[in-house]
Design a protein. Sequence first.
Length: 295
Amino acid sequence: MKTDWLPYFLVGFLIIVWGSAFGLTSIALEGFSPIETSFGRTALAAIVVAAVAIISGQGLPNTLWEWRWLSLLGVMGLAAPVTVLTWAQVSTPSSVASIFISSVPLFILLATRVILREPVSRRKWTGFAIGFTGLVWLAGPAAISQVGAEGQAIAQLACILAAMGYASGGILIKVMPSIPTFRATAGTMISGAVFLLPFGYSAFETALGTPMVPLIALIALGILPSGIGQNIRYIVIKRRGPVFMSVVGFLIPVWAGFVGFVILDEPLTLHTVSAYSIILVGLLISRDSAKKVKA
């Protein structure tokens, strides 16, 4: 059987693009509130993707059933988790938030088995559990000790809800009827932006007086992780399913560590190397056999 390499290349691109999102969000928050950041990036993505959909000839959603599906995806699988996570990052260290967000692949495995009724092998469960352990170990003892800490409960619960929202988005893309990629992403982003508009419209006024660096970070968030990234996510899930797509969550920290070592001259410690090794071993164990394309 000929291997379809396109999803692998797209996942690699997503790892790079989404790996930059945490840093860009932190920079954007220096000039915008959490809700303004969420609305701003979603609205910018909606404008860009809608233009692409129209130029490509796919156009915008034009039936009620399309808007129903895409509104559900835009709110539950995009706008809500992005907003909740951005709010949580104000009071929760990124290392702690990453522990909760790294549970997305496990939520997707559970939903795949319970909701989609698709079989999930013990190999897949074992590999993902090992990968999750590696991510927790990468966060470090200091971050682990803050899990459940006093005064952090609400923010950490928000991170869990965000993880569940991202997982639900992957499942929705898998089960909803086929819609052309650009049209689907445009409808999703427009729905998310409309949902956030009553809460984040002040971003327009804030942008006029904010420093250039946070503004550029917000624009980059809208075009790359939210705009291009969501298009690619849709393609990968439709071709290979949400479980295959979820490996991105495991590999983003590995990419971030590589960039830090090569570009930022950050030290590569035994602790980080061991964590990366655990993550990669988990992914190798979880790999599908040549006969199984779907997880």
